[in-house]
Design a protein around this ligand. Structure first.
Ligand SMILES: Nc1ncnc2c1ncn2[C@@H]1O[C@H](COP(=O)(O)OP(=O)(O)OP(=O)(O)O)[C@@H](O)[C@H]1O
Ligand SMILES: [Mg+2]
Length: 494
């Protein structure tokens, strides 16, 4: 029998975990013997090479080949999932897309896990940032399916971290805030923690705020310093840029431990220089980012109808929560130090594994693979992004009618919205569905449209109603009721 694993598909690092015989989640080492896998991919000799081996291919290459492979290495694909870049995505001459690249990363994680565990891994719970909307979730699911995995559920990263906390030795009940600052994304989630389960009260995320931003702002400071001290322009080549970002990344991590660090910059075709960077200089570079993080925390609390004083524990999660200035901001805001009880790099994958362990093969069905056994979910999560439909207001303008609000419980139908069937078409008049806040319709937030085959003979002028919910994975579902019959609608995704 195969068991399901949990996968944290991160912007910079990914990890897989499984619950062992002692009912404890354990991270699964990859083929390189590491518990985390760099989320990078390089098209090489007709296939994607993923993780450390891809980084080594670039490192080993020399001259123009090094530059070419370096430019072909795809990093941070999670920031593109569900919103493919215009003009396409290329690696080493191969035209690809974020789903294919994510599938390659997931395939390596599953393959390495299968080798380590000694049985084929075919099903997984996969984590995404809580603020991910339908497109990003469904694209992540599509990537996993393309990697040959059955997606049992998609769960929110901070919720997964909370599950690891509630399963930990020292777990205590109470109101908590999970502060999840990873490599590419940020979520603040307020939860009610129980003995072994967690209930999400509210969440607020920032789509593109993570370690990459801290590194980039340090890289631009380093570039300025280089130019001041050498009185020359920093070379504008791929290799020189990679060098700068790598140096900034290392300096950033060192400044979490030390008050100052020395950076040697010797780009090819450029002068060599040694720069001393202090923690204080780094902190002045990132104060705007810190402020944005604090605002998001305030908004999460506001959505949860809690104040800072109601939060009994602040749980750190994600590699970037190691930054002392981030912890200091939280200490000042909450009047107490945040807890570093969780493994910052693995707690999300471990939590996904706990959730995966609630799925069992159902002996009563003959369908192959795992079926969800009715065991209650360990985490009761909520809608994390608003969803609405396009309607005409009394002034004849198209606006959004929000049907699902952050904080609504997952798997619970919204209030029905009445619609009139016009004409005698066999299909339901398509209703456009949008995510995003406010009543404005924006092409960026367009999720797709609702389609439905009408029962034969439905007269023109018949009344119907539309309801919406987000399922356990946070994916939008629709239902249409006509003449007392509930019919599943389909969200035809854009
Ligand atoms: N000591 C440190 N000081 C500062 N930053 C650190 C430190 N160690 C790791 N990081 C940063 O943590 C980030 C990686 O964290 P993590 O693995 O949690 O992110 P991820 O899962 O890849 O991203 P996300 O969850 O946003 O998709 C990187 O940006 C890395 O630079
Ligand atoms: Mg992460």
């Amino acid at each position: 029998m195969g068991r399901a694993i949990g996968i944290d598909l991160g912007t910079t690092f990914s990890a897989a975990a499984i619950v062992d015989e002692q009912q404890r989640a354990r991270a699964i080492p990859n083929a390189e013997g590491m518990l985390t896998t760099p989320s990078v991919a390089l098209w090489y000799e007709g296939a994607f090479v993923v993780g450390q081996p891809a980084l080594e291919l670039v490192q080993r290459a020399e001259g123009a080949e090094h530059d070419r492979l370096g430019a072909s290495l795809i990093r941070g694909v999670k920031r593109m999932i569900g919103k493919p870049p215009q003009g396409g995505l290329f690696s080493n001459g191969h035209r690809t897309d974020p789903v294919e690249v994510s599938a390659a990363i997931l395939a390596k994680l599953a393959r390495d896990a299968s080798t380590h565990l000694g049985f084929p891994v075919r099903a997984a719970v996969i984590t995404v940032p809580a603020h991910f909307v339908d497109q990003e979730r469904s694209a992540t699911k599509a990537a996993a399916e393309r990697a040959g995995l059955r997606v049992l559920q998609i769960i929110n990263e901070p919720s997964a971290a909370a599950l690891t906390y509630t399963h930990g030795q020292t777990a205590q009940a109470g109101t908590a805030l999970v502060f999840d600052l990873g490599g590419g994304t940020f979520d603040a989630t307020v939860l009610q923690l129980g003995e072994h389960e967690a209930r999400v009260l509210a969440t607020k995320g920032i789509e593109e705020l993570g370690g990459i931003n801290f590194t980039n702002s340090l890289a631009s400071a380093l570039r300025k310093r280089y130019e001041q001290e050498t009185q020359s322009t920093y070379p504008n080549t791929t290799t020189a840029s990679t060098l700068l970002v790598t140096a900034a990344e290392r300096a950033k991590c060192e400044l979490s431990e030390a008050q100052s660090t020395r950076v040697q910059l010797a780009p090819p075709q450029g002068k060599a220089v040694e720069i001393t960077l202090t923690r204080q200089q780094f902190e002045s570079q990132i104060d705007l980012l810190l402020f944005q993080l604090q605002i998001a925390v305030e908004q999460a609390l506001e959505r949860a109808k809690k104040s800072a004083g109601d939060i009994q524990r602040v749980l750190l999660c994600g590699g970037s929560s190691r930054i002392p200035a981030v912890q200091q901001m939280l200490t000042t805001f909450f009047g107490r130090k945040p807890e570093a009880t969780l493994d910052l790099d693995l707690s999300v994958a471990l939590g996904a594994a706990y959730q995966a362990a609630t799925y069992r093969e159902d002996p009563t069905t003959h369908t192959p693979g795992l079926q969800m056994i009715a065991e209650e979910g360990l985490v009761i999560d909520c809608v994390s992004y608003p969803v609405g439909i396009a309607v005409e207001n009394t002034r004849g303008e198209d606006v959004k009618l929000i049907m699902l609000q952050p904080g609504d419980v997952l798997n619970t139908w919204s209030k029905p919205y009445p619609v009139l069937i016009r004409g005698t078409a066999a299909t339901f008049p398509p209703i456009d569905v949008y995510s995003g806040e406010g009543t404005q319709l924006s092409a960026r937030d367009y999720l797709g449209s609702i389609t439905l085959a009408l029962p034969p003979g439905t007269p023109s002028g018949a009344r119907a109603s539309v309801m919406m919910r987000q399922d356990q994975s946070g994916l939008v579902q629709v239902q249409i009721t006509i003449a007392g019959r509930d019919l599943p609608g389909t969200l035809r995704r854009a």
